[in-house]
Write a protein that binds this ligand. Structure first.
Ligand code: 173
Length: 326
């Protein structure tokens, strides 16, 4: 047996060893990111996002992997922002109202009249990233819920926008507006609203047109006040140090996948129509005011919303208004 034939006999093994080494090094380079949701795990937002994560992990094999840790039982809703800021987690599905403790500007995204797609073209996306980086050590990757108004839901009938004597569940989204109508307010994470309704601790709450059913709130809800106001925003944010430290290929994959997710946002338009119908079918009655009062109600939401942003951020408020308003 000469050397050559020995080589031939062992060549397949050597080949396998090389293959092994290759896939080992590819595996070693695969970036794993830890992600949490500030919304409860039974919310449809989370199902949609874990489906997206499965796709990312298929597409990103060898490059990028997202590991979904869980919802508010892992990190409480109002602490998720800080967990991203400090790098306790890498990624989060959340909304600005949940991390105004880090930066008041976060709540301004509810005032978006331009779409996420438009904000990628009008400088909005860059401005948001500048502020988010500077104030919260976050990369703002993209928006996955929009085209969705918020509403006031109440259990006492009203015939004008007067909430005196009522206690209403809020997040920062609704605070100034509901207080302007005389409400006393209570900041509450979504996961605790059902119990508050059940115990009669609150007379109503602010919430989008959709996702009542995810949390069974229809069981404890009599009225929805129309029209809706603002534009619900749910986004994916990332710890900035982690964003900068991962290989370019992983970062590009992540950005491409978030943009593909964001590009599905038209989905919410028909979803929301169905949700409104589902509410009616469940016996939730709508309260509407006369045309002039409705207009005042809608305009007041916007006015107090912007006044709040300008007061909290004289520095960035005007710049945000330029890119978010129509
Ligand atoms: O009401 C809320 O909890 C809230 O602020 C919100 C924001 C975006 C989507 C859903 C809820």
């Amino acid at each position: 047996m000469n050397g050559n034939s020995i080589f031939r006999r062992f060549a397949p093994l050597a080949g396998a060893a090389i293959l092994c080494a290759t896939s080992w090094s590819a595996l070693a380079q695969e970036v794993t990111l830890r992600m949490v949701s500030a919304f409860p795990e039974n919310q449809f937002y989370v199902k949609r996002t874990t489906d997206w994560i499965e796709k990312v992990n298929r597409d990103g094999k060898g490059v990028l992997r997202i590991n979904f840790i869980g919802g508010p039982r892992a990190i409480p809703t109002f602490e998720v922002g800080n967990a991203v800021k400090t790098g306790v987690v890498d990624l989060a599905l959340t909304t600005g109202a949940f991390y105004t403790n880090l930066m008041p500007e976060a709540d301004a995204l509810k005032l978006s009249e331009t779409s996420a797609a438009e904000q990628r073209k009008n400088g909005g996306f860059e401005l948001i990233n500048k502020i988010w980086q500077e104030k919260a050590n976050m990369a703002y990757l993209g928006k996955v819920v929009e085209f969705t108004p918020f509403h006031l839901y109440i259990n006492k009938k009203i015939d004008k926008p007067d909430l005196n004597g009522m206690k209403i569940r809020i997040t920062p989204v609704y605070r100034d507006f509901f207080q302007a109508m005389g409400a006393s307010v209570m900041n509450t994470a979504p996961g605790e609203v059902y119990t508050a309704l059940e115990r009669g601790v609150i007379d109503g709450y602010g919430w989008p047109i959709h996702a009542l059913f995810d949390l069974n709130w229809q069981e404890k809800t009599k009225f929805r006040v129309d029209p809706g106001f603002y534009n619900a925003e749910v986004s994916i944010v990332m710890n900035l140090d982690k964003y900068r430290s991962i290989p370019a290929k992983a970062r590009e994959t992540l950005e491409r996948e978030v943009q593909a997710y964001e590009a599905q946002n038209e989905f919410w338009k028909t979803y929301n129509q169905n949700e409104a119908k589902r509410q009616a079918d469940a016996g939730i009655q709508t309260i509407t005011f006369d045309a002039a009062t409705s207009k005042r109600y809608f305009d007041q939401a916007k006015e107090v919303g912007w006044a709040g942003v300008m007061k909290a951020s004289p520095q960035y408020g005007p710049q945000l208004q330029k890119v978010l308003s129509r």
